[in-house]
Design a protein. Structure first.
Lengths: 453, 329
């Protein structure tokens, strides 16, 4: 680098040049990592274009766009200029100058703020001397990356070759193919709407003649494409299948036999041309109708069955057997409970005097037995009586001897609920309790407050 | 002119190496402590040495005084030590004519190198007697202020183990120490050397390689080293980062620190960084110089909150996280 400059200028100039070289190198290294992928992507696009028969200009455009993006990225990376001290720090670090370059660079850039000083002059001079000893070209040598560049060039060349050698579509061949399809699917065309059929036949005729060339032929082809797009591909395929089936049916009729699944095919063919959501709705409706029919049949066979769940009622044999087994179980439980008088009442279930009814709304004894189970006043009265007897700890109609002690203990419980008015404002002292000081910290705590004094 | 600068740097390095080499004849395995102690002396600061008994704290101070050809005084701090025992007092004297007059009897603080041994055993009142001496290099008794002779250098020692009956140094006093150095236990090889030197007929005498004026000249040299603003800004960020409400504060600082380092910490880092640079033969201060001296300059200036003290958080860990977390650019 320039040796005729003063030490200060040399330091400044060297830092600027080194930073530029560093940025170039860094940007190139990053681009070299990305470029092969961009080339490969372009090659992929070109291959897809060729395989799909799309126009070749798509591949060329993709290749050009990739090159432009990579180039723009490289320029952006190069132009990213950091704060001067950060630049000097990086260059200093790369050159291994131990902070001397960074310090000297600051003093050279802020000569007005630093008073003239022999130490600063000495510092800058020595920094310049050390910087002259650095091989900056070797430090920021250009990125080779031959393999990456080779791959990139190869991929780009391949993409270009594919794009340039993509065959131009032969319009007369397309027209012949369409005519052949017309012959094969004559019946299918017959199922199209008359005006669409007429348009299509006219176009095919014009294409078949091949008399049109240039723009006219191209316009004709575009019209044909538009018409073909109007036909649902699924519908077209189905039409072809229908034509084939019709042909087979005709042959079978001539032979005097009936196709085995003619009805099913008919039903399938009827719904096949429908959109998928409509088919699904029809299927769903059919399923629900089938379910409803099945339910109706079940209700006729078993009148007391639950309508919602299909549960067997008491009139059925299954219900009768279930009721009998429940009664047996109840008797068994009662016999077992007889051995333990204290538990006898607790174990009694079903239709006994103290037995609860599990059915909702009954809420107490068997409604059939006392006849007033649905009277809320009676229920309230009975509950109140139990409450009074229990609180008075007296033996009554509802409190047995064995329940007295338990009720007494319950009555002596002194745990209550107190409603506390919540504080209207946030108080951190309430919200966060101070941490509990462990025993091992007590000495430290003591010392802490001793120090505060 | 630049030749003079180069000569100053070389002279500084040569004297520094001579001092540390001479101290190294007696003190083994504590090269970093010796270097930091001499750095503090050359920066005009004072040192707090912390370590378990027997690792050579007092020997280091003795050796330093011997090497530097300076007056040395030792004060053994005890709970009944009074301020007058340190700074001196006025005593009544009789003149030949039968009259009486007060005469100031200088205390042990009137020396170049003062060893305050086990400083945390004296009461805060006595500890504070050193405040004026350490900060202003003067002592006021009654209405008279006495200037202390330069270089004035206080080396205090304290034992971190025996905390019963001790008085931790007040924050104001702690802040006046330039460095707090932790004297670690010597390594196995260093122990062998210690045994060889102290249990045989080896000559462990040291030479006086530097005197007071030379020390003062080295101080002047150290202060002349230029420091670029970005490097100085790093020292400032480190200091500010030790405060829990600073944007540079690290998670440990935010959680465990009550008060961060004072501006004296930044002064210590810059001055010590200059001396560190001169030791390397550099005429500039780099970020690495500041980082090298940040730990002893900051560790005693970071005051932990109760949670930090209760969990016995090490201040070194906090400073270490600061050094790792504060950006150098």
């Amino acid at each position: 680098m320039a040796d005729h400059l003063s030490d200060r200028d040399f330091v400044r100039d060297t830092v600027t040049r080194a930073d530029r070289a560093r940025r170039d190198r860094s940007a190139l290294a990053r681009v070299a990592r990305v470029a092969p992928w961009a080339g490969a992507a372009s090659l992929g696009v070109a291959a897809a274009v060729r395989a799909g028969g799309a126009p070749a200009w798509i591949a060329v455009t993709a290749l050009t766009a990739a090159a432009l993006v990579v180039g723009a990225w490289f320029m952006a990376l190069r132009r990213t200029i950091a704060e001067p001290d950060a630049v000097a720090t990086r260059v200093d670090g790369d050159a291994g100058l131990g902070g001397e370059l960074r310090s000297a660079d600051w003093f050279t850039r802020h000569a007005d703020r630093a008073r003239p000083d022999a130490w600063i002059e000495f510092h800058v001079r020595r920094a310049a001397e050390r910087m002259r000893g650095v091989d900056w070209d070797a430090l920021y040598a250009p990125v080779r990356a031959r393999r990456a560049w080779g791959l990139t060039v190869a991929a780009a060349a391949g993409a270009l070759a594919l794009a340039l050698t993509t065959p131009v579509p032969d319009r007369s061949a397309q027209a012949s193919a369409l005519l052949a399809a017309d012959e094969l699917q004559g019946d299918v065309l017959g199922m199209l709407p008359p005006e669409l059929q007429a348009q299509l036949e006219e176009l095919l005729r014009r294409m078949g003649e091949g008399g049109e060339a240039g723009e006219v032929a191209e316009a004709t082809l575009a019209e044909l494409r538009e018409l073909m797009e109007n036909i649902d591909p699924a519908f077209a395929a189905k039409l072809a299948e229908l034509a084939k089936d019709a042909l087979e049916s005709a042959e079978a009729a001539q032979a005097g036999e009936q196709p085995p699944n003619a009805d099913e095919d008919m039903a399938k063919n009827t719904s096949a041309g429908l959109p998928e959501d409509v088919r699904w709705a029809i299927d769903d409706l059919a399923e629900r109708l089938a379910n409803a029919s099945r339910d109706r049949q079940t209700a006729e066979n078993n009148p007391s069955a639950s309508e919602e769940t299909g549960e067997m009622g008491s009139g059925s044999e299954q219900a009768a057997s279930a009721e009998a087994s429940a009664a047996d179980a109840q008797m068994k439980m009662t016999r077992e409970a007889a051995a333990d008088p204290g538990a006898a009442k607790m174990m009694m279930g079903g239709a006994g005097a103290m037995g609860g009814d599990s059915r909702p709304g009954a809420g107490g004894n068997n409604p059939a037995a006392n006849g007033n189970a649905l009277d809320p006043l009676s229920i309230a009265q009975a509950l109140r009586q139990e409450l009074v007897e229990a609180s008075a700890d007296t033996k009554g109609t509802n409190v047995e001897m064995e329940d007295l002690r338990r009720k007494t203990e319950q009555g002596e419980a002194n745990v209550g609920f107190t409603r506390v008015q919540p504080p209207s404002t946030l108080d951190r002292s309430r919200a966060q309790a101070p941490p509990i000081v462990p025993d091992s910290y007590r000495v430290l705590l003591f010392n802490y407050f001793m120090r505060e004094k | 002119m630049t030749t003079a600068v180069a000569e100053s740097i070389d002279l500084f390095r040569e004297r520094f190496v001579r001092i540390t080499r001479e101290i190294g004849k007696r003190i083994v395995g504590q090269e970093e402590i010796v270097g930091s102690t001499v750095t503090s002396l050359l920066a005009g600061g004072h040192v707090l040495l912390e370590g378990i008994p027997g690792v050579g704290k007092t020997s280091l101070v003795h050796t330093l005084a011997d090497v530097l050809h300076l007056n040395f005084a030792r004060i053994q701090f005890t709970p009944d030590l009074m301020p007058a025992d340190i700074v001196g007092t006025n005593i009544v004297q009789e003149n030949p004519h039968g009259g009486t007059f007060f005469e100031f009897q200088q205390g042990p603080v009137f020396a170049n190198v003062v060893l305050a041994d086990e400083i945390n055993r004296a009461t805060p009142k006595t500890q504070s007697a050193l405040l004026e001496a350490m900060q202003d290099v003067s002592v006021t008794v009654g209405r008279t202020t006495y200037k202390l002779e330069q270089p004035f250098f206080v080396l205090a020692t304290q034992n971190p183990l025996e905390m019963e009956g001790t008085y931790p140094l007040p924050e104001a006093q702690l802040d006046r120490f330039f460095f707090k150095l932790k004297v670690e236990y010597p390594s196995e090889a260093a122990l062998h050397q210690i045994l060889d030197r102290t249990t045989q007929l080896a000559d462990t005498s040291v030479e006086r390689v530097c005197d007071g004026p030379e020390i003062l000249a080295m101080r002047t040299t150290a202060r002349a080293v230029p420091i670029a603003r970005p490097v100085q800004a790093y020292a400032v960020r480190l200091t500010l980062g030790s405060h829990p409400d600073s944007p540079y504060a690290t998670p440990l600082v935010k959680r465990y620190v009550r008060y961060g380092a004072s501006p004296r910490a930044a002064q210590a880092m810059v001055l010590a960084g200059k001396i560190h640079a001169l030791r390397q033969g550099n005429a500039f201060v780099s970020v690495d110089d500041v980082r090298a001296v940040a730990m002893p300059a900051l560790r005693h200036r970071v005051l932990l909150n109760f949670e930090g003290e209760a969990e016995q958080v090490n201040a070194d860990a906090i400073v270490g996280e600061l050094l790792a977390g504060v950006a150098t650019e």
